[in-house]
Design a protein around this ligand. Sequence first.
Ligand SMILES: [Zn+2]
Length: 351
Amino acid sequence: MLLWRIGANVIPTRVNLQRKMQHIDPACTFCNNEVESSTHLFLECPFARALWAVAGWGIRFDTAALTSGEDLLKLIINPPDAPIPANEQWTVTLNMALIMDEIWNSRNRKLFKQEQADLIKAKHCVQARFQEISKVFTPTSPPIQRSCSTFWSPPPPDYIKINLDAALNSSKSALAVVARNHLGKVLFVWGKENQLCSPLQAEAMTLLWAVHLAIQNRWYSVMFEGDSKICFDTLNHPDQTPNWSIDTVICNIHSFSSCFSSCSFGLVRRNSNSVANVAARFALNCLQPFCFSEGILPPAIEAACKEDPLFVFHLGWRVFHSKLNIAEPHKRTPVNNLRTNTQKWEMMIEI
Ligand SMILES: [Zn+2]
């Protein structure tokens, strides 16, 4: 309805009102420096520009070429191409429409309720409404996860599960990301050093890095897991105001998450995130960034990897065999494999 009123130039901006009632001051409600036309209010005013900058996904368009409400409407209906899959382009129109709506609501609150325009609040409002509406039209929904898993479990077929964690010492932080498939196979373990920051900032930066890595690897159905309650709670409740120190990072994660056909952010306990935890501590002591895959894992990370599937299968065997009342099979000790891989890894380091 708002878009139609803008396109038909019947939206009651102060310029339009002044045409009918000459005593009305046409100055912009926000900046008071320009006349309040549709193009100024929704595109050129400093408040509008700021909201587009923080909530507009970095999409750029030539405002000089837009001179009327009709031009604005055409821009929303045929937005510039965004770096996301073609079947997701409709979300650009949705996001742009929500930004325009929020500008209009903020303008009305300032004009009629004397509420100061609040950029952060406006941005969160756009994001919350975007999440709410886009979920309704998203064809596949992520698999249901327990709110806080006790043990690591493989993702469903066609999904990649990505565990992540950060570690800190007195001079720096380190980030680690672990990707595994539905068989529990380790696809990659990444790690790198990072500047000294708070634990919360390090966790948020690790999560953003994990999202980038998943996009680079063209994984479209991804389950992200970590043990940072604040990060994951903020992502799963976009109506909540994030901690200021991770606000921009969380905003970027929200934006990039639209690149996936299905993704979820699951909070887990530390013992089901142990591989990422070990990898982060390993990264803290490693001089170079690393990317390991199965077969060439450092011993500490390999041992942690083996714990997860072994533990799941071990529990499975116990349940199965207790029903049949037969002896539980001996758990195979991975010593030989560990030695072999230790040697491979040591050889790689020497090279
Ligand atoms: Zn203005």
